[in-house]
Ligand binder design. Structure first.
Ligand code: NAD
Length: 555
C-alpha cells in the first residue's frame, strides 16, 4: 500500500479536488500446492491450533472482561473439540460498551479519513502476510471450511473489503458540489451521529470484519456482536485491527446472546444504525424492535441487512452441460451449501435431464465429506452446529415422506463425531413444494424437470415462487433466451449470473446483495456500500458581505 499516503487529499471548504483514482487490486488467491510456502505455514498454524481452546473475552472500553456466562464454540467436524471459550456480555456490559464507544466518537469522526484508511490498509497487509495462516486455520477449525473456502473468505475477501472500502472512502472525498461566486460549497462526509451495532453471521469471517470495519472506516463507532459459531476467527480479526492501529474504543467486541443484544442496543437513544447479515427472521425482528421504539431515537437508525436466499440455476436446452453440472456441484455443495448464495433449486429441461442427472450423480459420488484439516481432499465438511444439523435433517425427512419428492443421491447424515450431512440431490414433481421455496442452508439441491418448450413459464415460476431475490444463474447458449431470461428475472436476483454458478462473488467485481426479503441490497464490496455509513454535511461559505435585504425587482 506504499504510495497511498502521497495520494491523500485535503478537503477544505471551497477547494475543488482533482479526482485521483487509487489503485487497488484484488488479493491473489493462493493455491496451497504441495511444497508451497503457504501450505507449509498453514499446516504449522493448523497443528498449533489443533485441540486448543482459544480464550475470547469481551473487549469493552479497551479492557478484556469476563462474565459468568461462559459459552463454547465447538468444532463442527469434531464437536468434542472446544475451539473457543468465551462469555456473554450481560445487559449492563452491553450498555457499558455503548457508552465506551460513544466516548470515542467525536475524536474518531474528526480524524482525517486518510488516517482511518491507513489502519485498514495496514490490517489488510497483516492478513495478507504474517497473520494469514493463523486466520485461515481459525476459520477452518472453527467454521469447518476447507483450505480454499477459508482462503477465499478469511484472506482474499476480507483483505479486499478493507482495501477497496478504504480506496472508496478516500475517493469519496472528491465528490464535491459546484460553487458559484461569491460562495464556495463543499461536502463533509461525517459519520452517523451515535453508534452503529454490527451483528454478524457464522458463515464468513470476512463478513464480520466488514460489518464492523466499514462503518468504523467512515468515522463511526461500532458495537460488534460476533456470531457464537465464528468466535475464534472474529476475535482474531478484531485483534488484527487493533494491531493495525485501530484505537481501542472505536470497535467494542461484545459476544452476547442475540436476543438480549438486540433488545439492549435498540433501547439506546444513540442507536444510529444496525449493520446486519444473517437470517430473514432475525433481521425482521431487529427492524420491528427499531420501529416499535422509534420515538426513543435522536436520529432515524439506518438499517442495513443482508439475509437469506433461495438461489436458482435455470437450465435452457441450449446450455453447456459441463458448466451446468460442475457449476451446480460447486454452488450447491461447497461449504456444505452454507452460503447465502448457494444453489438450492434447479430447473432442467426434460430433453437434457437424463444426461445432466447421470453426470451429477457420477460427480456427487466423488465428493469427499470429512475433516478438512487432516485431509485436504475433503470437498466440504460438517455443517456448523447441532441446530443446523437438526434443521437439515428435517428437510431430508420431508423429502423421504413426501410423494412429490425423490432423493436421487445422498440423504444420509451422522452427528456422532461432527455434524455431517451427505451432498443430497432431490427431484421434485411439484415446483411449488416448500423445498423449492424456503432456505435450507445445507448441502441439498432440488431439481424440477420441465417440458423443454415451456421454458418461459418456468422463468416466470422462478421469479414468483419464492419471496427471496439474492442470486441466480441462467445457463443457455442461445442469446435470445439469455436476453429474455434477463428481463423476466430482473428482480429475482441482486447477483445474476449467465453461464456461471450462483456463488463466488468477488469484492469490486460483483458487489453483493439482494432485494425482496433477501435484504436491503447495499452491495457490500462495491463503491456505494460506504455511503450507508456516512451522513454528509453540505457547507456553504459566502465571501462577500450581504449589504441589503431587498431584491432588485422591489425597487
Ligand atoms: P442468524 O440470523 O441466526 O444470526 C446472525 C446473527 O444474529 C448472529 O450473530 C446471531 O447471534 C444474531 N442474532 C440472533 N438473534 C438475534 C436477535 N434477536 N437480536 C440481535 N441479534 C441476533 O444467521 P446465521 O445462522 O448466523 O447465518 C446464516 C444466515 O445468514 C442465512 O440465512 C444466510 O443466508 C444469511 N447470510 C446472508 C448473507 C448475505 O450477504 N445476503 C451472507 C451470509 C449469510
Amino acid at each position: 500500500m506504499l504510495g497511498i499516503r502521497r495520494l491523500l487529499l485535503t478537503c477544505r471548504p471551497g477547494f475543488r479536488l482533482q479526482h485521483t483514482a487509487i489503485a487497488v487490486k484484488n488479493e491473489p488467491i493462493l493455491e496451497f500446492k504441495q511444497g508451497s510456502s503457504e501450505r507449509q505455514a498453514l499446516k504449522e498454524a493448523l497443528n498449533e491450533q489443533k485441540g486448543q481452546t482459544l480464550e475470547v473475552p469481551c473487549v469493552i472500553g479497551g479492557e478484556s472482561v469476563w462474565t459468568n456466562e461462559i459459552q463454547y464454540q465447538l468444532c463442527p467436524f469434531n464437536h468434542s473439540h472446544k475451539v473457543a471459550k468465551f462469555c456473554y456480555a450481560d445487559k449492563d456490559l452491553i450498555n457499558k460498551a455503548i457508552n465506551a464507544a460513544l466516548s470515542a466518537h467525536r475524536e474518531w469522526d474528526l480524524k482525517p479519513v486518510e488516517d482511518r484508511a491507513q489502519i485498514f490498509f495496514k490490517a489488510a497487509d497483516l492478513i495478507s502476510g504474517s497473520r494469514r495462516a493463523e486466520l485461515l486455520a481459525r476459520t477452518m477449525i472453527g467454521q469447518g471450511k476447507t483450505v480454499i473456502q477459508a482462503e477465499i473468505d478469511a484472506a482474499a475477501e476480507l483483505i479486499d473489503f478493507f482495501r477497496f472500502n478504504a480506496k472508496h472512502a478516500l475517493e469519496l472525498q472528491h465528490e464535491q458540489p459546484i460553487s458559484e461566486p461569491p460562495s464556495t460549497n463543499s461536502t463533509l462526509y461525517r459519520s452517523l451521529e451515535g453508534f452503529v451495532a454490527a451483528v454478524s453471521p457464522f458463515n464468513f469471517t470476512a463478513i464480520g470484519g466488514n460489518l464492523a470495519g466499514a462503518p468504523a472506516l467512515m468515522g463511526n463507532v461500532v458495537v460488534w456482536k460476533p456470531s457464537d459459531t465464528a468466535m475464534a476467527a472474529s476475535y482474531t480479526v478484531y485483534k488484527i485491527l487493533l494491531e493495525a492501529g485501530l484505537p481501542p474504543n472505536v470497535i467494542q467486541f461484545v459476544p452476547s446472546d442475540g436476543p438480549l443484544f438486540g433488545e439492549t442496543i435498540t433501547e439506546s437513544e444513540h442507536l444510529a444504525g444496525i449493520n446486519f447479515t444473517g437470517s430473514v427472521p432475525t433481521f425482521k425482528h431487529l427492524w420491528k424492535l427499531v420501529s416499535k421504539k422509534l420515538d426513543k431515537y435522536r436520529t432515524f437508525p439506518r438499517l442495513s441487512g443482508e439475509c437469506g436466499g433461495k438461489n436458482f440455476h435455470f437450465v435452457h436446452k441450449s446450455a453447456d452441460i459441463g458448466s451446468v453440472v460442475n457449476g451446480t456441484i460447486r454452488s450447491a455443495f461447497e461449504y456444505g451449501g452454507q452460503k447465502c448464495s448457494a444453489c438450492s433449486r434447479m430447473y432442467v429441461p426434460d430433453s437434457l435431464w437424463p444426461e445432466i442427472k447421470k453426470n451429477l450423480l457420477e460427480e456427487q459420488k466423488k465428493i469427499k465429506v470429512g475433516n478438512p484439516v487432516d485431509d485436504f481432499e475433503t470437498f466440504f465438511s460438517a455443517v456448523i452446529d447441532n441446530k443446523s444439523f437438526a434443521r437439515i435433517k428435517k428437510w431430508i425427512e420431508h423429502a423421504q415422506s413426501s410423494p412429490n419428492l425423490t432423493i436421487i443421491s445422498g440423504g444420509k447424515y451422522d452427528d456422532k463425531i461432527g455434524y455431517f450431512v451427505e451432498p443430497s440431490i432431490i427431484e421434485t414433481k411439484d415446483p411449488q413444494d416448500p423445498i423449492m421455496k424456503e432456505e435450507i442452508f445445507g448441502p441439498i439441491v432440488t431439481v424440477y424437470v420441465y417440458p423443454e418448450t415451456e421454458y418461459q413459464e418456468i422463468l416466470h415460476l422462478i421469479d414468483t415462487s419464492t419471496p427471496y431475490g439474492l442470486t441466480g444463474s441462467v445457463f443457455a447458449q442461445d442469446k435470445n433466451v439469455i436476453a429474455e431470461a434477463s428481463k423476466i428475472l430482473r428482480y429475482s436476483a441482486g447477483n445474476f449470473y449467465i453461464n456461471d454458478k450462483s456463488t463466488g462473488s468477488v469484492v469490486a467485481q460483483q458487489p453483493f446483495g439482494g432485494a425482496r426479503i433477501s435484504g436491503t441490497n447495499d452491495k457490500a464490496g462495491g463503491p456505494h456500500y460506504i455511503l450507508r455509513w456516512t451522513s454528509p454535511q453540505s457547507v456553504k461559505e459566502t465571501h462577500v458581505p450581504l449589504t441589503k435585504w431587498r431584491y432588485p425587482y422591489m425597487d
